[in-house]
Design a binder for this molecule. Structure first.
Ligand code: NSS
Length: 429
């Protein structure tokens, strides 16, 4: 039995066994209140001295916060108890007595990160992890029912996708290799047989600065499809995000409430299409708002935040200057100073959650771009080959799972969208 299941009219008067951990304890002399936590939630357990045997009473006196225990008792309704039900204890046995738990509440960020292995038990992080579970499940469901093949690209790679500045180098036997920044190049190779592919993999970025939305290791959901142009791909991106949000709103009501998430904008976001603006338009909006920015500048966190104030659902920014985007993006044939690329930005100040584009599919043009970017064509020989043997127009995108979870859960920092965050300053635990 789980705590949440027994908290219903059907169980009133019934005897149940539960096992879990001490979330809170209050000793009133002849009564001890122990709030039990298990993976489903919490339930108050009442131990009355005159109703239990001596051993149970002494266990209840001895038990400490975060100890694990097994308990037997009868469910009854009680308006004062959290959730409206409580367990009237008959028997209680400690399984693992806890030392004084180092987290009491009110500790600072660094202390909680040092104790991350214990802090992940918190109601907040538990709620976020359940939301992440539903996000991933919904994504898989959407992709499965729309004909996308799941594939498993490697993490150890031979070359950069998103530029050398954020590349992690690893010793690979007696050579160098890199941790993947994106599965994209491998996914591009896979579309020639499977046409529509996706993968969920860790991606690594040696981000130099610590920001609220950058991790050194994150989960990357990537799609790539033959025959798709940029607009086809944007449609998939918005449908996918809308489907995920709709599912999370339905499945994770309780967790969103626990996190005190105002869901008004999430509810808007289940309706597509999402607005689309060009980079040119974005610059115009930002200039009108008095921001110091020129055509050709990248949109930073501040610029993105300002733009998000214009929309009450996710939106796309498209057609960026070619110099601020990756080498593989196809240039707009009607205007070769911009790429056929798009970002999806989440509202409420969150900013970029998806980056994607149409890919350059012409051998000569791609080779020229690789050289322009100062990259070594030898490193990309296999990637160039894809343009020699039956090249095809194609597009794709990557979604940062923690970025999406951060927005959906309304977190103020990306670290809490993942159980064991990695950034420059630390890798513990
Ligand atoms: O660099 S991206 O914008 N694009 C790519 O990697 C493409 N190669 C993906 C593709 O087309 N297959 O990263 C994609 C997304 C981006 O929008 C963020 O949501 C997320 O990956 N991202 C990150 N999340 C957390 N931490 C860091 N450092 C990070 N960098 C990107």
């Amino acid at each position: 039995m789980k705590a949440r299941n027994v908290m219903s009219k059907d169980y009133v008067g019934k005897t149940v066994w539960l096992r879990g951990w001490v979330h809170r304890k209050r000793n009133l002399g002849s009564k001890i209140f122990i709030v039990l936590r298990d993976s489903s939630g919490i339930i108050q357990c009442l131990v009355s001295k005159d109703r239990v045997d001596e051993e149970t009473w002494s266990e209840a006196e001895k038990i400490t916060r975060e100890s694990s225990f097994i308990v037997k008792g009868v469910i009854r309704e009680d308006r004062r108890a959290p959730g409206g039900y409580e367990l009237l204890v008959e028997k209680l046995r400690i399984v693992g007595l806890s030392d004084v738990f180092p987290i009491r509440g009110g500790e600072g960020v660094d202390y909680l990160l040092d104790n991350r292995h214990l802090w992940i038990r918190s109601t907040k992080l538990t709620s976020v992890m359940k939301i992440k579970h539903s996000v991933l499940k919904a994504a898989r469901e959407y992709l499965e029912s729309n004909g996308w093949w799941e594939v498993t690209p490697p993490i150890l790679t031979s070359s950069a996708v998103e530029g050398g500045a954020t590349l992690f180098e690893v010793k690979y036997f007696d050579r160098k290799a890199y941790l993947s920044q994106s599965a994209q190049l491998y996914l591009e190779a896979l579309i020639f047989s499977l046409e529509k592919v996706w993968s969920l993999t860790p991606s690594f970025r040696a981000e130099k600065s610590r920001t609220r939305r950058h991790l050194a290791e994150y989960w990357h959901l990537e799609l790539e499809a033959a025959w798709y142009n940029m607009h086809d791909m944007m449609k998939v991106a918005e449908e996918l995000v809308a489907y995920i949000i709709e599912r999370v709103l339905r499945e994770r009501k309780l967790e969103l409430e626990t996190l005190k998430r105002d869901t008004k904008i999430l509810e808007e976001s289940i309706h597509t299409p999402y607005p689309r603006i060009t980079y040119d338009k974005a610059i115009e909006i930002l200039k009108n708002k008095g921001m110091k920015i020129e055509w050709g500048d990248d949109l930073g966190a501040d610029e993105e935040r300002t733009l998000t104030m214009e929309f009450n659902k996710p939106f796309f920014v498209t057609h960026f200057p070619k110099q601020i985007k990756a080498f593989y993006m196809k240039l707009d044939p009607t205007r070769p100073d911009v790429v056929l690329g798009f970002d999806m930005l989440a509202p409420e100040g969150y900013g970029e959650i998806i980056g994607g584009s149409e890919r350059e599919d012409d051998y000569e043009k791609l080779l020229k771009r690789i050289i322009e970017f100062g990259l070594n064509p030898d490193d990309y020989k296999w990637y160039l080959d894809l343009r020699k043997y039956g090249t095809v127009p194609h597009s794709g995108f990557g979604l940062g799972v923690e970025r999406l979870v951060m927005w959906i859960a309304g977190l103020d920092h990306i670290r809490d969208a993942t159980p064991f965050p990695r950034f420059r300053e630390r890798i513990y635990p």
